[in-house]
Ligand binder design. Structure first.
Ligand SMILES: NC(=O)C1=CN([C@@H]2O[C@H](COP(=O)(O)OP(=O)(O)OC[C@H]3O[C@@H](n4cnc5c(N)ncnc54)[C@H](O)[C@@H]3O)[C@@H](O)[C@H]2O)C=CC1
Ligand SMILES: O=C(O)C(=O)Cc1ccc(O)cc1
Length: 301
């Protein structure tokens, strides 16, 4: 936002003094405060960026300081719960426009951000239908200025979509790494030593922030359970195909899934963010089409 000149003043508040100092050392904002109410006073746009489980206490702290006309948004990974817990605290005249940038890494904290993070990625907004259209357009323009494509949808639909595309995949990663960790016949050092295969990709995802993901699963329970149920049914079929040696069934599925990977690459939605070392030190993101062309075939692109 700062690089694009989207705000005259960027005001940052965090829970812990050390996190605020980290943000200050990285020169991420203009003013810094440990008092959330002080930080949002007079703001035109307020974006909640805490784990979703903290939203209610944050709203209690900031609601009295929000001026009429302010746009209140967020970046939380679940949306129905956010409407439920934040909605009741939104003061008259404040425009509540929840959002979810579909971009991130397994890293967290101020140093995990980098200016190109949202470039070429989707941002989803889930405003209620009665919300002021001009305010919605301003939030759309904000994300577009950061390089995102923006889509508006109903919060319940958002939660189902991300349950299958993001939440269940994280649960699977946490589970498989946990299972490997508990194996007795394979030592831990072997797991680490031979993790060049698919397991390695799971360990990246399973290194994601424990509190953030705890809150995701506590607050998107219904959609996650719905998708997990379908996943387990399909896994049982796969288990049977392996047991009875049903080669055609295995090949048919693997052919279909390969096509999905290719369509993601073709749509330019695959970026190198996870492979950067320290994310904020990442080189400027190349134009996506060129990057995909250069790395397009590589499965780790
Ligand atoms: N990490 C990712 O890849 C993505 C995260 N999100 C969402 O963004 C939000 C923030 O995630 P990150 O930026 O990764 O986390 P982060 O750990 O980098 O930042 C979270 C901030 O929340 C504050 N905080 C934590 N607990 C708090 C509490 N109990 N009360 C008040 N403040 C508290 C801290 O100041 C901390 O700096 C989450 O809701 C997450 O679902 C959305 C898209 C991607
Ligand atoms: O690190 C990854 O691969 C991610 O999937 C990042 C991510 C985490 C949470 C979200 O709500 C959106 C994106």
């Amino acid at each position: 936002a700062r690089r694009q000149g989207l705000a005259d003043v960027i005001s940052i508040t965090t829970r812990k003094a050390e996190t605020l100092e980290e943000a200050r050392a990285l020169n991420l904002g203009d003013v810094y405060s440990l008092d959330p109410a002080e930080a949002v006073a007079g703001a035109d746009l307020v974006i909640l960026c805490t784990p979703v489980g903290a939203y209610e206490s944050v709203m209690k702290a900031i609601a009295p300081a929000l001026k009429p006309g302010t746009i209140l948004s967020d970046v939380g990974s679940v949306k129905r719960h956010v409407h439920q817990v934040v909605g009741p605290f939104v003061p008259e005249g404040v425009h509540f426009i929840p959002g979810h940038p579909m971009a991130g890494t397994e890293h967290s904290g101020p140093s995990a951000g980098f200016a190109e993070l949202f470039s070429g990625r989707w941002s989803i907004l889930t405003p209620e239908p009665q919300v002021d259209r001009a305010a919605v357009e301003r939030v759309v323009a904000f994300w577009e200025a950061m390089g995102s494509d923006v889509e508006l949808m109903d919060a319940a639909h958002h939660d189902l979509v991300v349950a299958i595309t993001s939440h269940v995949p994280h649960l699977i990663a946490y589970n498989i790494v946990g299972t490997a960790d508990e194996l007795e016949s394979v030592t831990k050092s072997e797991v680490i030593k031979f993790s060049a295969g698919g397991f390695r990709d799971f360990t990246r995802i399973a290194a994601s922030d424990p509190v953030m993901w705890r809150d995701v699963f506590l607050t998107n329970r219904d959609a996650v359970l719905e998708m997990l149920g379908r996943f387990l049914e399909d896994l049982s079929m796969l288990q049977r195909a392996v047991r009875v040696g049903d080669g055609p069934a295995l090949e048919e599925l693997f052919t279909r899934t390969r096509a999905i990977r290719r369509s993601i690459i073709d749509a330019g939605q695959e970026t190198a963010a996870p492979d950067f070392g320290r994310p904020h030190e990442a080189p400027p993101a190349p134009e996506l089409p060129r990057f995909v062309k250069e790395h397009g075939g590589g499965e780790d692109a």
